[in-house]
Design a protein around this ligand. Structure first.
Ligand code: DX5
Length: 245
């Protein structure tokens, strides 16, 4: 018998920004050496890992599914976030949860039943995140902002790594952070797509605190540790120490 879902978190009084986090996206990793790439990211102090689940319908690409989430789960102690770039994500929440995801992000554009999808994630006692594409207004999230754990403001059109950062999204991030300070100050704002040493500060200045990067980490000429170190060096000064020894 499933326990009743945890009550929705009350509005937190904390008005401080949530902590900075660096999240490697495995989409850019070498899948022929995935265990090594995961170990390198973990050793270099990644805060968690992102797995980009794509169905070839919501985005024009096909990537990975619950089987890969489960394989990655067996390789690392890091928390795993499943970014569901799929139509009708409510159909993939249970498989992603069963495979070991700790945080599940669904796209506002992908379902007419966003509240039900987020409720389903929370009923599994997982962190629920909602993503919006560059052209989607922040106002579409007004009803869910008070209780989501994370808002992902996509800084590229989803589907592929290695794209250019869309700087116009920073205005939306700024508006989101202002709104969240009023209704859910502990909520993370995550950015994803084209995040590298030059663009990370732009997103941070606008109010993002979680930075997903694939190419900047796994295609860095100096390797994964150098890629993460370059992003950490680009963080605002107060946050540069890696979390793990
Ligand atoms: C794009 C994905 C991103 C991507 C990261 O749809 O959601 O996570 O893998 O992109 P880059 O390589 O630009 O960091």
């Amino acid at each position: 018998m499933m326990p009743p879902p945890a009550p929705r978190p009350v509005r937190l009084a904390r008005k401080t920004m949530p902590p900075w986090q660096l999240v490697p996206s495995l989409l850019a990793a070498d899948f022929g050496r995935l265990a090594e790439e995961i170990a390198a990211a973990e050793a270099a102090g990644a805060d968690r890992l992102q797995l980009d689940v794509m169905d070839g319908h919501f985005v024009p690409n096909l990537s990975m599914g619950p089987m890969v989430i489960a394989a990655v789960r067996r390789q690392t102690r890091l928390r795993l976030e499943a970014h569901l770039m799929v139509e009708r994500p409510e159909n993939w929440i249970a498989p992603a949860a069963d495979a070991g995801a700790d945080l599940i992000i669904v796209h506002q554009e992908a379902t007419p039943h966003l509240e039900r999808a987020l409720e389903l994630i929370q009923s599994r006692r997982l962190a629920a995140g909602v993503a919006i594409n560059p052209a989607t207004p922040a106002a579409t999230l007004e009803q869910v902002l008070p209780y989501v754990r994370l808002v992902l403001a996509m800084t590229v059109n989803p589907g592929f790594g290695g794209q250019q950062f869309i700087a116009a999204v920073t205005g939306k991030i700024r508006a989101l952070r202002r709104r969240l300070q009023a209704v859910n100050p502990a909520c993370d704002i995550e950015v994803d797509g084209g995040i590298e040493a030059e663009t990370l500060p732009l997103a941070a200045a606008a109010g993002a605190n979680v930075f997903v990067a694939g190419t900047a980490i796994f295609a860095h000429s100096g390797g994964v540790a150098a890629g993460l170190a370059a992003l950490r060096a680009a963080l605002p000064r107060c946050a540069r120490a890696p979390r793990r020894a």
